[in-house]
Design a protein. Structure first.
Length: 479
């Protein structure tokens, strides 16, 4: 929840002249820029925790946030500290003003990187304070640093709908990093169908809504849940029809292909597409102008669309299920979204986003409870339902919170109930298909590929797994 608007200043404490720099910034902002700061969030090192409140800030809310930075020149350490401890605090502060000048050059750089990545709330303003040591005069100027980046594009969408649990633009797990970077690379290519595969509950639809629309720069999204298409009515729904084309066609209908003109046609769970419709879509996929005929019409129409497909089936299963020509048309660019159990480094942030989306009762805390028991779940549980498992746990925790009113206790009760209801059945996605040897070979191939991706070479992967390089290469090549 965004707090009532109070101009907030965020800044590092300057070791040599901390209070002087802060007081000068507050004074110049008020007198020269008519920015009257009502709250200061002051980032300090542990040795400055007893720092007194400046006199000029007497009538201002003054908060000190301790960040233990071991190397003030280490960009990554500073970046991670600000990302993990500062950003969750400032997300509710608007309007936000940041004085980027105090601190080390590495600290200045991190502010600019985060701003370029869209990490701060909308309309955040950066300032640079300066002192002329010859004239002993000070000033503060607005920093013009507007750069459009992939991260910024994604965060713009997230900021528009903060109530939705969306994939974070940043990620910690190598598996999610690889998948989302591949998505950003492929989705930017105009005119090429995109296939997104991944287990159920992984958030493929939300990913298309939040990421792909921004990457393709097309706001209009027409989703087609293929499993709901009636075989008899599917042609009319997708291609449209003219009046009198069949009994009940009392007026013209444009159809979803035309409705998506200028946007994205999203075929969700494409494996459920009715067989007769699959052949008819082949030409739409292969023709750059996406020409088609409405039911009952002999005139061709064109539609300017980007085509995105999604499925919870493995690629080899899709190849068996779908018309071969159709499969060939949409399977050039494939992105596989990893399950949550392969992205454990991201689970605590996923838990926060799910909590934010489901939290409608303001008596519940902004931050979800998180204790050792939950962290153990995040480290070991297979989470076969992926985000849906987190959603169910969040609902249970919220329900028990109403009664127990203590975070850890409510979470522990909810976890007990949640685990009793868990049905962990090995899916074909999890252990492959076929007999024992088939499944063992499937696992070896996946393990070898994972080690190679993690280590960057077969030699390093073999050393990591304490086996020889030939063993790994044979695992990959084995059918």
């Amino acid at each position: 929840m965004v707090e009532r608007e109070q101009p907030t200043l965020l800044a590092w404490h300057a070791d040599r002249a901390g209070n002087e720099v802060l007081e000068s910034a507050l004074q110049h902002l008020a007198q020269e820029h008519q920015v009257h700061i009502r709250r200061v969030l002051y980032l300090i090192q542990p040795q400055h925790k007893e720092l007194p409140k400046p006199k000029i800030a007497a009538g201002i809310e003054f908060r000190k946030l301790i960040l233990d930075i071991k190397k003030p020149t280490a960009h990554l350490e500073i970046y991670e500290a600000v990302r993990d401890k500062v950003l969750p605090e400032v997300v509710k502060y608007r309007p936000l003003h940041i004085n980027i000048s105090p601190g080390t050059p590495a600290m200045h750089t991190v502010w600019l990187l985060l701003q370029a990545g869209g990490a701060f709330p909308d309309n955040t303003i950066l300032w640079a304070s300066q002192k002329d040591y010859q004239t002993q005069t000070t000033r503060i100027d607005r920093v013009d640093f507007t750069i459009n980046t992939y991260l910024a594009e994604i965060r713009v969408q997230a900021n528009k709908q903060p109530e939705l649990a969306q994939y974070d633009a940043e990620y910690r797990s190598p598996a999610r990093q690889k998948a989302l970077l591949q998505l950003s690379r492929y989705a930017r290519l105009p005119g090429a169908p995109l296939l997104i595969i991944g287990e159920r509950g992984i958030g493929k639809t939300r990913l298309v809504e939040s990421h792909v629309t921004r990457l393709k720069q097309r706001e209009k999204l027409i989703p087609v849940p293929c499993g709901t298409l009636d075989s008899e009515l599917a042609d009319s729904l997708l291609f449209g029809h003219i009046k009198g084309a069949f009994s009940g066609a009392i007026k013209d209908r444009a159809g979803l292909l035309k409705e998506a003109d200028g946007g994205i046609l999203f075929l969700d769970e494409i494996q459920d597409l009715p067989k007769p419709l699959q052949r008819k879509l082949v030409r739409v996929f292969q023709d750059r102008k996406h020409r088609f005929r409405s039911v009952g019409s002999d005139k061709e129409q064109e539609t300017d669309i980007e085509i995105v497909c999604a499925s919870n089936r493995r690629l080899d299963e899709l190849r068996e299920i779908l018309d071969a020509d159709l499969f060939d048309r949409f399977s050039h660019l494939i992105v596989e979204i990893p399950p949550l159990r392969d992205c454990r480094e991201d689970l605590e942030r996923d838990w926060q986003r799910v909590w934010d989306e489901l939290r409608t009762d303001e008596s519940l805390p902004d931050k979800p409870p998180c204790n050792k028991a939950l962290k153990q779940v995040f480290q070991t549980h297979p989470l076969p339902g992926n985000l849906r498992d987190l959603q169910r746990l969040a609902f249970l925790t919220m329900a028990w919170w109403q009664e127990i009113k203590e975070g850890d206790k409510a979470l522990n009760v909810a976890l007990d109930e949640w685990q009793k209801l868990q049905i962990i059945s090995p899916s074909s996605n999890e252990f492959g298909d076929g007999n024992y040897n088939d499944r063992v070979n499937w696992f070896k191939k996946r393990l070898a590929d994972w080690a190679y991706q993690q280590q960057g070479s077969w030699k390093k992967a073999a050393y990591f797994l304490k086996c020889n390089e030939r063993t790994l290469r044979n695992s990959i090549n084995k059918e």
